[in-house]
Design a protein. Structure first.
Length: 334
């Protein structure tokens, strides 16, 4: 009887995993099919507008790129350094500079009223903030920057990175989709890896010192984690695709700003929802990925899906904070 029950339990688990896999595949297929249909339906009608933004009369962007290219005499290392390091860093620190003003001063109120974990970092501990800034700068200068050296030679081997002809807007969108997919896979599994007890204790625990994160904490991590989870997942896509330096600069900037939003602690209007990753910092063993598909497949978002945070996990399209429109359930009296 015991063996029979055990076999039945294994069968139920297998069926549950099969159902989850099938459901995740259906969700993915639905999203991709819907996106394809919408893109096909709108391609002709919006192409004129896209063309005017991306490549207006006189080939503005192409001409600007050539001027930039010749300004540096086609020196590829200099161009690569500016595109892959300077531009993304400026995007990161400018965005986080605004957030840090709000974290430290509580102003402007327009930002702070959208705080996710109410009462936390209000204001932020300036000593912890200084340490986070120091570690973030060390990771960027002494880890991310040296990692660009082998990446530079890989990109030279492809031969397209410093082309005088820019990629089309449509090709950039294709690349962006592939970059996002590769990052999701690599980040999810490396993130799960550093949550193993031994690695967590010696490596990942540093990042989780912030149970209520702020934007700059996105790159506040142990050097090993910064290599495995923060840098390689973002760099791998462009290296596989042999992308143009302009695409690399745009992707690195988008990735840094997106991860800053995920850690910022504010659910701001019209920006991607940070509820998913904020919940990870709160509970540690939920929501390991970025998009959430792998978390659903592996069952690492089951607790999250039962919370108010899951209900708030959407783009805020009004000026009313979701903490007000979807408040947490009142705690029971002890």
């Amino acid at each position: 009887v015991s063996i029979f029950k055990h076999v039945n339990m294994l069968t139920l688990v297998a069926c549950s995993q099969e159902v989850k896999l099938w459901h995740a595949m259906k969700i993915t297929a639905f999203v991709l099919a819907t996106g394809l249909l919408v893109f096909t339906a709108l391609a002709n009608s919006v192409s004129w507008y896209v063309q005017n933004i991306w490549d207006p009369p006189g080939h503005f962007w192409q001409t600007t790129w050539l001027k930039f290219y010749y300004l540096f005499d086609g020196k590829e290392w200099t161009i690569f350094l500016l595109g892959a390091a300077l531009v993304p860093s400026l995007a990161f620190w400018c965005f986080n500079g605004i957030l840090m003003v709000a974290d430290v001063t509580g102003k402007p109120a327009f930002i702070t009223r959208y705080r996710i974990q109410l009462g936390k970092n209000d204001p932020v501990d300036t000593k912890k903030l200084r340490q986070a800034i120091y570690i973030a700068l060390c990771n960027q200068f002494f880890i991310s920057l040296p990692m660009l050296v082998p990446m530079f030679y890989i990109m030279k081997w492809w031969g397209n990175t410093f082309s005088k002809e820019l990629p089309t807007f449509y090709w950039f969108l294709v690349e962006l989709s592939i970059f996002t997919l590769i990052e999701e896979i690599l980040f999810y599994y490396t993130h799960r890896l550093v949550h193993l007890p031994l690695l967590y204790k010696h490596i990942h625990k540093k990042h989780h010192e912030w149970t209520a994160p702020i934007g700059v904490v996105s790159v506040y991590a142990h050097p090993v984690e910064h290599i495995l989870s923060n840098t390689l997942p973002v760099m791998t896509g462009p290296m596989i695709m042999g992308s143009h330096i302009v695409s690399i600069a745009a992707w690195f900037s988008i990735a840094l700003i997106t991860t800053s939003i995920s850690h910022c602690g504010y659910h701001l209007p019209f920006l991607p929802s940070p509820e998913f990753h904020d919940f990870h910092h709160l509970k540690f063993n939920q929501c390991y990925g970025v998009l959430g598909v792998l978390d659903y497949l592996h069952g690492t978002d089951t607790v999250f899906r039962q919370t108010k945070a899951f209900e708030r996990h959407r783009v805020l399209l009004s000026l009313t904070p979701l903490s007000e429109s979807i408040p947490d359930a009142p705690r029971r009296a002890e």
